[in-house]
Design a protein around this ligand. Sequence first.
Ligand SMILES: NC(=O)N[C@H]1NC(=O)NC1=O
Ligand SMILES: [Zn+2]
Length: 444
Amino acid sequence: MATYDLIIKNGTVVTAERTVQADIAVKDGKIIKVSPDKAIEESADRVINAEGLHVFPGLIDSHVHFNEPGRADWEGLETGSKSLAAGGATSFFDMPLNSTPPVINKENLERKQELAKEKSVVNAFCWGGLVPENISDLKALHDGGVIGFKAFMSPSGIEDFNNADDETLYKGMKEIASFGSLLAVHAESTVMCEELAAEKKAAGKTSAQDYVDSRPIISEIEAVKRVISYAELTGCKLHIVHASSRKVVKVIEDAKKRGVDVTVETCPHYLALTVEDLAEQKAIAKCAPPLRDKHELEDLWEAVKAGEIDTIGSDHSPAPADMKVITDNFFEGWGGISGAQSTLNILLTEGHFKRGVPLEKIVEVAATNPAKIFNIPMKGKIDAGYDADITIVNLSESFVLEKDDLEYRHKHSPYIGHEYQGKVKTTIVNGEVVFENDKIVAGK
Ligand SMILES: NC(=O)N[C@H]1NC(=O)NC1=O
Ligand SMILES: [Zn+2]
């Protein structure tokens, strides 16, 4: 019998701390040994020669909406997880809404957990929801294994997931703090967004820029400041999702300096696309908070480089094509971008190659920090004892993303036709190869 299940030889291994040439030995789903000094000579059932390739910890996408159960016609755990594997991600945290029933009680959580076990080709974790109706369910959700809670401060666009008013934030955060979990928040001001949208629509102003102007950066800042106040009052750990501007990040930086336990996510689309892409691609590039301008995009990259961004998650929020239609009114059509498969490509191409973001920083925000912040032990790092969640990438290879490359149920993406430097060659989940040679091989 071979000593190991798998050895990855001669690769360049990237962690959040350093990049070194090393061999990696895997057995029973775990990394047994990382050997930078000398070759691992023992036997293995399979040897992958990664000479000339980079070996990253598999990405942990802390923000996806896979819609199952109940709306699997929008995406689903199988297609969603396959798209992640194809993009070099080995774990995801599924948001509590857009699936129906939403994950706002223990029973609904268990249903999703069972489905994920059956259908996902990567590691699946669930977020629980915080809505005005479920304060008394939060503890049971926590005990059931949710990685944290998610609340919307503005309407979610989903009728069975109500947004949290200030009273809900207060009571929910007090409760969540009592058992040491965390609240993630979609932070936009309901009043500002609704009033501005009503004014625009009444004036017949419905262009891409009008939609963007109806959800301004100041509306994110107002909501972020307010929820940070509740975090200070209750001691609840807080995570702000999808900050679209460094101006929002700055508010969080200031709170961190005061000692508030708060972290911040941004998404690849705020780092790769602008309002011009929205005007051109219409609902395919529509999201909330909306895409900003080129200046904001560049500033956000500076925030990544400066270490002000804790995590980067895709906020993959797909919908069928007939919901992604805008004729000339940008207030219509589903807001949510399909991007789960492209996160690493964007970070490498737009971040590393075009703007000099170190590979270690990419690993930190897309794998190591999500594991750390959300308490997923033994993931997000390539080291002895860690789970063998690994993605092997050829940084010398470039490609143009084609529609048929997408594993999504609905093959639309604002990134089709974009050229990327750095191609995912192999994705390994718990020691098993799930993607290689441009194909999902899980279960084969
Ligand atoms: N419900 C839902 O997925 N909303 C997401 N879509 C989006 O563009 N932003 C979100 O928060
Ligand atoms: Zn989201």
